[in-house]
Design a protein around this ligand. Structure first.
Ligand SMILES: NC(=O)c1ccc[n+]([C@@H]2O[C@H](COP(=O)([O-])OP(=O)(O)OC[C@H]3O[C@@H](n4cnc5c(N)ncnc54)[C@H](OP(=O)(O)O)[C@@H]3O)[C@@H](O)[C@H]2O)c1
Length: 408
């Protein structure tokens, strides 16, 4: 088995045709993945696809790709999916166990693109059989990073990051030895409120938060980008993916989103990966690693862009990033609590029940409440991690009315 850029190359990765399963096929990452798979022609064959409750979109994807298996997470939607797929040759499954079944199908590559901690179990199922994981679902690492990476090492499953920043870092790491890395820098666009005052952000609406300046993404990650929690989750993700101590991880705000990540080595060399802000680049890289796919769209034109700017993030205006850093430093279950509280807070904001600054406030108060209950010790297994996730969600739900009532 060869090693490239700290990633093992399994024998099956040299196969001419790769079977690919897409967990979260109906989402934004799912759509970009399907586009690259279409362009890859006979290099790819779709094995299984999944969604939460979007039956029509899932059935169309299954028909178009001739997938062997389609799983709908919402058990109540199973009957409709089965009917929609009647006579197509695609087997239908429903409920959380069907997501695990999809992950267990014999695909060489599993794209983990379900949104939220709910993606943890199916992704771990794919890990357990040694599949290559194209990991978009960063919540797997934020919620149970140490356990997840241990399971991947035990099963010899490669974990390739789809997140553009981590994908960039993975590529930059190939330039040197791990022991020579001084620090890793993740870039952040700064989101739609980068130049807004704290006062203006009090009135920010979900529609405004969804208007990401550079990337087209699903609703949850777009709101996380607006609070900068996404960058905090990415610091935690990088810590686990690359086994780097928190003090070796930095963030720079880079509004052009051209430089995605950098690695600084001990000799002062800084190696960066650049590209147009389009998720199909890191997705294509993961699908065919270590080969490269042809890029189908506009190429990076630095002369046209002319200026690349960088600045430090402002954690006074964007306290979510500070909370994530603190949780990472605290360790144990702190990042599990952070993620669970953030999922509750983002849903409340999207539903008009919480102000924009209320998101970080609810996360901070939930973390304090969890500390008060002695909940922060390291989970020993996935059930414990999911137990912490569950309790943290109820704490956040309980705190929501009082946080929402305060004028932030
Ligand atoms: N979008 C990006 O550019 C980007 C970049 C980096 C990382 N990521 C990460 O990739 C993941 C997916 O992001 P996205 O933007 O593609 O999200 P998205 O557009 O909201 O899509 C989410 C996908 O997950 C499915 N899903 C949601 N809840 C589920 C549940 N309870 N059970 C089963 N399936 C469920 C959805 O199915 P339905 O359609 O049926 O609801 C959909 O297929 C996230 O973890 C995100 O942080 C995304």
């Amino acid at each position: 088995m060869a090693v490239r850029g700290n990633v093992r190359l399994n024998a099956e990765q040299s196969l001419r045709t790769r079977r690919v399963t897409i967990l979260g096929a109906t989402g934004s990452i799912g759509a970009s993945t399907l586009d690259m798979i279409r362009r890859g022609g006979d290099r790819f064959q779709v094995e299984a696809v999944s969604a939460h409750n979007n039956v029509a979109a899932l059935a169309k994807i299954a028909r178009d790709t001739k997938a062997r298996y389609a799983a709908i997470g919402d058990a109540g939607a199973y009957k409709d999916l089965k009917e929609a797929l009647a006579g197509t040759g695609t087997e239908a499954g429903g409920g959380p166990e069907a997501l695990v079944e999809a992950a267990l199908h014999p695909a060489e590559v599993v794209v983990a693109a379900i949104s939220g901690a709910i993606g943890l179990k199916p992704t771990l199922a794919a890990v357990s059989r040694g599949a290559t994981i194209a990991l978009a679902n960063k919540e797997c690492l934020v919620c149970a990073g140490a356990l997840f990476m241990r399971a991947a090492a035990a099963a010899k499953a490669n974990v390739l990051p789809v997140d553009s920043e981590h994908n960039a870092v993975l590529q930059a790491l190939t330039a040197g030895r791990r022991e020579d890395v001084r620090r890793v820098i993740l870039t952040a666009s700064g989101g739609p409120f980068r130049t807004w005052t704290a006062e203006a952000m009090r009135g920010a609406t979900p529609a405004q938060a969804l208007q990401h300046p550079n990337w087209s993404m699903g609703a949850k990650i777009s709101i996380d980008s607006a609070t900068l929690m996404n960058k905090g989750l990415e610091l935690i993700e990088a810590h686990h993916l690359f086994s780097l101590e928190p003090d070796k991880l930095d963030v720079l705000v880079h509004p052009q989103s051209v430089v995605h990540g950098m690695v600084e080595f001990r000799d002062g060399s800084v190696v960066a990966q650049l590209g147009v802000p389009d998720m199909r680049i890191p997705i294509g890289m993961c699908l065919l690693w270590p080969e490269r796919m042809d890029w189908p769209a506009g190429r990076l034109d630095l002369a046209q862009i002319a200026n690349l700017t960088f600045s430090l993030p402002d954690t006074d205006r964007f306290p979510a990033l500070r909370l994530a850093r603190e949780a990472l430093a605290e360790g144990g279950s702190a990042t599990t609590v952070l993620n669970a509280a953030n999922e509750v807070a983002v849903a409340a904001f999207a539903g008009g029940k919480l102000s924009f600054p209320g998101i970080a406030a609810l996360v901070g108060h939930t973390l304090d409440a969890a500390r008060g209950r002695g909940m922060m010790k390291e989970p020993q297994n996935i059930e414990e991690a999911l137990g912490v996730d569950h309790i943290a969600r109820s704490l956040a739900h309980d705190l929501l009315p009082q946080i929402a009532a305060k004028a932030f």
